[in-house]
Ligand binder design. Structure first.
Ligand SMILES: Cc1cc2nc3c(=O)[nH]c(=O)nc-3n(C[C@H](O)[C@H](O)[C@H](O)COP(=O)(O)OP(=O)(O)OC[C@H]3O[C@@H](n4cnc5c(N)ncnc54)[C@H](O)[C@@H]3O)c2cc1C
Length: 496
């Protein structure tokens, strides 16, 4: 196959956030890019509406922050956290040089802004069509096949690098990765209009029962609300669902937002999306990579998805600008490095998302987490820097995750009754059970991997010992009860 005279340097499948921004970055910097997108109409979805400050930083580093202009994007300064009737405000990090801010917007508008920009670039070709397959042999991918929307014909594009950015329901993931996806919950989305947010220009996390509710501004008069439904059952519009929203969720929300919340229920425009966990487990193949949700997904609770994709674009994009893409060996080294750096750069964002989701669903850990952050800026400063993705240090994440668990334990062993000691033990065990598999997903080094495997086995042993002890105690109690019943019968007969 001739790879010397390609018309393009890179061809990209999908012009969502990942494919669109990659085309913008490479195209602005002189690479010849083809992007094929199957849906050009602006989507009205519920995903990708809060960009964390770490993501804004990446756009700025790529000199693409102008993509956030003209879309009514709202500045986000931090978070409000709510538990029962209590609330706390957490500011995003700031230092003498910089105040870090996120942005809230309609994803469809952001994507339109990106697409309008790439259409304006001479060396980017934007095609409306559906990519059906790679052009490949056993070892190498040479480009793609697509069906053109206008003509209905099958066309081919050859390029040294093909990037699959076909999103959450990717069909190309299975060709370039061993990952399997797990659905942990569903988010039901509503738009609250003209709402009186308790903390304007902030994200809101309501630590509700059974799982969290999010709210954040997406335009100057709209706020997105996402209500989590744990498990695999899709929430469907029905009288029972409306009753649940009104009777179970409403009493747990801050009072200020209730009028807009009830209006949104009345309006009835509900949208639902699954929250998936897809670890990055790419298999190396020459000439192609996965990027964005097709490579890796985490729980949307912390709004990290776009930031991870932007981090990867800047990482691989810079490397691609530095080489001759027709040098197959150099290109393959870059693919390899990109996948390794994906973990180094994004492990904290990924682990935090699913670990925090585990914490806020655990009744004890949820309270411990709220009480820990409530202690003030010294306690919340680093955790919020991780959430904002400005700080990506894994040790900082581990320190605070374990501190929350031990903080809860401390509270319980102030009065070390057997019940409280049991609770403290369960809290540490649950915390480790949440953290361990997430750490293993992030390609840890051999020593860490060994330690994590030992912890995993220890947890299994503890669980089976606890189970056996519980069974044994159950049987002893059962036999004691039988003995007591027998003794009572004999006694009553003797008395007769
Ligand atoms: C409920 C929910 C809320 C979220 N909230 C946030 C948040 O607040 N902040 C955040 O950072 N992240 C959030 N995320 C994650 C975020 O939305 C994603 O990480 C991000 O949108 C991924 O972008 P992408 O380009 O990989 O995928 P997409 O934006 O889905 O783009 C994929 C594109 O590929 C196109 N395509 C697919 N197949 C083909 C094909 N065969 N041929 C041609 N084109 C094709 C699609 O039409 C689409 O345009 C959320 C996710 C969920 C589920």
């Amino acid at each position: 196959m001739n790879t010397e005279n390609n018309e393009y340097d890179v061809c990209i499948i999908g012009a969502g956030l990942a494919g669109g921004v990659l085309a913008a970055y490479l195209g602005t910097n002189g690479k010849r890019v083809a992007v094929i997108e199957k849906l050009l109409i602006e989507q009205d979805g519920i995903t990708g509406e809060l960009l964390q400050p770490g993501g804004v930083e990446k756009l700025t580093e790529m000199k693409l922050e102008h993509l956030l202009e003209g879309i009514d994007a709202q500045k986000v300064d931090g978070y409000g956290l709510f538990l029962n009737k209590e609330r706390i405000q957490l500011h995003y990090p700031q230092n003498t040089e910089k105040v870090f801010q996120g942005r809230g917007f309609r994803y469809g508008k952001f994507i339109s802004s990106i697409r309008n920009y790439i259409r304006s670039l001479d060396n980017v070709t934007f095609i409306e069509g559906t990519v059906t397959d790679f052009i490949e042999d056993k070892e190498h991918i040479y480009g793609l096949k697509y069906t053109d929307k206008k003509t209905g014909t099958e066309n081919f594009i050859h390029a040294p690098l093909t990037v699959a950015c076909d999103g959450a329901f990717s069909i190309f993931r299975q060709k370039l990765s061993n990952a399997t996806n797990v659905i942990n919950s569903y988010f039901l989305g509503l738009v609250l209009k003209n709402v009186n947010l308790p903390y304007p220009n902030h994200g809101h996390v309501i630590l509700a029962e059974p799982s969290p509710v999010l709210a954040y501004p997406i335009s100057n008069n709209e706020c997105r609300m996402l209500i989590d439904f744990p498990g695999q059952e899709i929430p469907k519009k029905s009288p029972e669902l409306i009753a649940y929203l009104k009777e179970k969720i409403a009493p747990q929300l801050p009072e200020e937002i209730l009028p807009a919340y009830f209006d949104a229920i009345e309006e009835g425009k509900f949208k639902v999306m699954p929250s998936q966990l897809v670890p990055a487990q790419a298999t190396l193949k020459k000439g192609a990579v996965l990027l964005g949700d097709s490579l890796n997904m985490r729980h949307p609770l912390t709004g990290g998805g776009m930031t991870v994709a932007l981090t990867d674009i800047y990482c691989i994009g810079q490397k691609l600008l530095g080489i001759d893409l027709n040098n197959a060996k150099q290109l393959h080294n870059i693919i390899q490095e990109y996948y390794e750096l994906h973990h180094t750069n994004n492990a904290t964002v990924n682990i935090l998302a699913d670990a925090l989701y585990g914490v806020v669903k655990d009744p004890q850990l949820k309270i411990a987490c709220f009480e820990y952050l409530k202690k003030g800026e010294d306690y919340y400063k680093e955790p919020i820097s991780l959430l904002s993705a400005v700080n990506r240090e894994l040790t900082t994440l581990l320190k605070h995750f374990l501190s929350v668990a031990f903080f809860g334990v401390n509270d319980n062993i102030k009065f070390p009754t057997p019940n409280n000691v049991g609770k403290a033990y369960t809290m540490i065990k649950n915390a480790l059970e949440i953290l361990n598999p997430l750490m293993l997903n992030e390609n840890p080094d051999m020593v860490t991997k060994g330690a994590l495997k030992v912890t995993e086995s220890a947890l299994k042993v503890t669980n089976s010992v606890t189970k056996t002890a519980t069974n044994f105690t159950g049987r002893v109690t059962e036999n004691a009860q039988k003995f007591k019943d027998g003794a009572l019968k004999i006694t009553s007969r003797v008395l007769e």
